[in-house]
Design a protein around this ligand. Structure first.
Ligand code: FAD
Length: 470
């Protein structure tokens, strides 16, 4: 059966040639697998690609890239399918789906792991923790390793070991002209620099090699929950504490609405709360001392901060972040002045749904010690990363909820330099990509784009336009 694309019709024979050339599968509209193959985590993006190529390996990726180029197809690249902006799907184009590529090899002696691009953090953590090792991964275990790392990668090990991308030591990538290149500090060093924060602009990454660190298996981690009535005091005290907290400790304040969790009194369910989440990646005894002040930022409703497996903390939030809901994220790096924190706590009182929330990520530590210019990820001096989230199980009214997030972000971003984090950016407009990088970094990214993707084949991302595109 032929298939309609945004550029015309692809004949059955042409698609048959692609099918014959790949070891994985090619899914098209009408196939039994199509509905599942086109779905992404964020239901706000309901798109109908012409083809989904489920790649089994690097050869399939090369074939898919060559096919897309020869047929002039719009290309979406998919790792874990968690793009908030919906970049890993498209209407009438081709999805290069890497989610079946889950090869992984841990070298415990050298403390390294080579991970294929389809792995999720849950899968990678499972493999590395078998050896008591880990690298900074996502707060929700279903998130893909590749999209997360290419944008930066903020997680519980951020202050101890930096971003995920700070631990990347090399990557294999299929370029727009179908070549497989290896990028690391020696080979294609500019590409390697760009891959650490520059997103999916430069080609299809097929595997990533990370440095690993001893972590766990037990860590001191969990949540302390305060009432929203104390929000102003809790966030100020947290802000004041942050400079004195050790690097082993990474914290996050989440201003949200209480879900019906068993450790929360029933009377609190459905009311606004402030959640202090933390993980100490070091010896438990020292950790207890370090987390003590977090237990008395106000009058806790619940305190479930204690020893737990690292894998437990890495999956703790999963039940609240199931796929199929409508989501919009937008972010700002800010200095946590009283005025900024007032804007945050005021917005908390206007969240449009119980699932909508505002996160304040503590930065600093190893994250801040990466020298300026070492990676494309640039915001090393920022005090706090604020993520404003609109989330709803319903499509109805969602545009209004996203508008709430945009307006909230504007009110908070005033207190910073206006920059954003690509991985928490739910919009695809050009100004959003530009807001993620200072001018000199943008210029350098354009030079790398010119070298590896001069025709902008890979443009469904926070796009760095090549010079030829103006
Ligand atoms: P995909 O949708 O598959 O990919 C996103 C984009 O990345 C693609 O469109 C493409 O441009 C690019 N890409 C992906 N794989 C490749 C590849 N192999 N080669 C080239 N380009 C590629 N971010 C954080 O920093 N910390 C968090 O704790 C965190 N938690 C999250 C929790 C949830 C529930 C969600 C939805 C997102 C979270 N994020 C977090 C944001 C997340 O990092 C981004 O959404 C990221 O892009 C997801 O990567 P993915 O591979 O799952 O997504």
């Amino acid at each position: 059966m032929s298939v309609e694309t945004a550029r015309g019709v692809l004949g059955d024979a042409t698609i048959g040639e692609l099918e014959a050339a790949v070891r994985g599968s090619v899914v098209r509209p009408g196939d039994a697998a199509y509905e599942e193959a086109r779905a992404v985590w964020n239901a706000a993006h309901d798109k109908r690609p012409a083809l989904v190529v489920r790649c089994a390996g690097v050869a399939d990726v090369i074939r898919a890239v060559e096919f897309a180029r020869s047929q002039d197809l719009l290309v979406a690249v998919r790792g874990g399918a968690h793009s908030i902006a919906g970049f890993s799907t498209c209407d009438g184009g081709i999805v290069i789906d890497l989610s079946g590529m889950k090869g992984v090899r841990v070298d415990p002696g050298r403390r390294r792991v080579i991970a294929e691009a389809g792995l999720t953090w849950g899968e990678l953590d499972h493999e590395t923790q078998a050896f008591g090792l880990a690298v900074t991964g996502g707060l929700v275990s279903s998130t893909g390793v590749s999209g997360f790392t290419l944008g930066g990668g903020v997680g519980w090990l951020l202050r101890r070991h930096g971003l995920a991308c700070d631990n990347l030591v090399g990557a294999d990538l299929v370029t727009a002209d179908g070549r497989l290149v290896h990028a690391d500090a020696e080979e294609h060093p500019e590409l390697f620099w760009a891959l650490r924060g520059g997103g999916g602009n430069f080609g299809v990454v097929t595997s990533l090699e990370f440095e690993l660190h001893p972590v766990g298996p037990q860590v001191l981690a969990g949540l302390v929950i305060y009432p929203a009535a104390e929000a102003a005091q809790v966030v100020r005290r947290w802000r004041d504490l942050c400079p004195d907290l050790p690097d082993e400790l990474t914290t996050l304040v989440n201003l949200t609405t209480a879900p019906p969790l068993p450790f929360l009194p029933e009377a609190v369910h459905g009311t606004r709360i402030v959640v202090l989440a933390a993980m100490y990646a070091g010896p438990a005894e020292a950790g207890e001392e370090a987390v003590r002040p977090l237990r008395s930022l106000g009058t806790p409703i619940a305190d479930v901060l204690g020893p737990m497996p690292y894998l437990g903390m890495q999956t703790l939030l999963d039940p609240l972040w199931t796929r199929g809901a409508h989501n919009y994220f937008t972010s700002a790096f800010v200095e946590p002045s009283d005025a900024a924190l007032d804007a945050v706590t005021a917005a908390h009182l206007t969240t449009p749904t119980p699932q909508s929330e505002i996160h304040l990520h503590q930065l600093g530590g190893a994250f801040a010690r990466v020298p300026a210019g070492a990676t494309a990820f640039s915001q090393r001096d920022a005090g706090v990363l604020c993520n404003v989230i609109a989330r709803s199980p319903e499509a109805d009214g969602f545009d209004g909820h996203a508008d709430w997030a945009r307006a909230t972000r504007e009110a908070i971003a005033r207190h910073g330099n206006g920059s954003m984090y690509v991985n928490f950016t739910g919009d695809g407009e050009r100004d959003k990509a530009l807001a993620s990088y200072p001018q000199e970094v943008r210029d350098r990214l354009v030079r790398v784009k010119d070298a590896y993707d001069p025709t902008n084949l890979f443009r469904l991302n926070q796009n760095i336009r090549p010079s030829a595109a103006g």
